[in-house]
Write a protein of this length. Sequence first.
Lengths: 212, 287
Amino acid sequence: MTGLVTSNFYSMQGNIKLSLMIALPIALVPFLLGDASMIPMIVAIQIFVFASNTGTSLKMDESSKWNKFEITLPVTRTAIVSAKYVSFMLLILLGLATSLVTVLLQSIRGELSFDLLFSGYSFGLQLSLMTIGIVYPLILKLGAEKSETLLFAAAGLSVALRFLLWYLLHLSDATIDFRSSEVDRVSLMVALAIFAASYAVSVMMYRSKELH
Amino acid sequence: MTYSLEIDNLTKTYPGSDFRLDNVSFSIPRGTIMGFVGENGAGKTTTMNAVLNIVKKDGGTIKIFGREMGDKDRDIREQVGVVFDGANFPEMLTPARLAKVMAGTYKQWDQERFLNMTARFNLDTGKKIGRYSRGMKMKLALAVALSHRPKLLILDEATAGLDPIVRDEILSVFLEFIEDEDHSILMSSHITGDLEKIADYITFIHRGQIRLTESKDRLIYEYGIVRCKAEQFRLIDRADMMAYRKRDYQIDVLVNNRAAFERKYGGMVVDRGSIDEIMLLLVKGGD
């Protein structure tokens, strides 16, 4: 599987550089403006901007027909899907690592708030895990050609799911608002469940997938 | 005789398509090259895809080195080298990086062999694959396929679109590969001239059905094409014809034993046929 993860990483390398060019400068925004309330959004964007590379790398694999060649390699189909999910997680980790620049800058200003950071990380992780969890099986089913559209749709759906979870929590406890830590925690747990379920579904789909 | 690949009654259909692989059967003896010939859409690529588990077969059996290859049979895949029409490697990779990917995938990956092959083919291993010409991509695909020391090469239109010099270079690599009697090649090609040069056997497929599998030498030296007029054609016993094709002023008849035919029907002109002519008769002719 090492080879497959390496291949995925190389496929995403160009976009990772681009993501860094976006994610690093925006770390300066709350630092320069002195507005700590922006931190959750900035951290979430920094994580998601890496996760959003998923579609591009899958599209490149499909256009070069590497996904067809991959099946002829001495690996199981499950290993191919596993390598994709490991690569997705590495992307998210890169996003997390980049967001540490924001944390570092805020700590220099002395305005580090655990609640704000938790909110940012949980939103970024929820958005990334849910989006990838939704989009990868859809790409397997519909093809990577529409990957950008599917990615945007999946991201929209992830945000909508967060609203739905907040609404359901709000029904049980009227004091819970959209920014409550309960919403963060539950959304993150649901996102992890969707990501795990997505892996299982993708393995099942890929085992019976035919490439031409 | 032991076989590298045995295909028996392979069937495959696609939803929403009339195409059907219809009980395809042929085998490749170890140490030989099988040319796989047919018109576009005849079923060559589908057959190869089924062999490689890229598509799921509906029925029949496919044995590689005597075993049916399932998803978990990585040891069999280690021994199968594949070259598709168009190479199929990520275009942003360089061959040097591709080698790292392959080294992390194949247990038998031989980096030294890869470097020797790329040097032999004059491939710049630091250049992105996307910037390679078609010929260079095919050479790279071949270098990759040979660098994990396979025993069976499956080549789908590996020489298509290449100039004669590059084709000749690649064909000589195939011939070197086959010097080891454990090695075999299944090679589909529209360029039947290439197959005439290197193949030991030829399998003709037409509309998903195998029309003929025969040794190349028999096709060239024993088969023949009778060039006859309508009145001569009427004299030929149908049992002696494999296929025939009416042309403007003559009828071409494919026979599988030129010498016997000439003895039986003295006076008729029987030519040696090329693989191309035989394919045309099998595909376009009646029988």
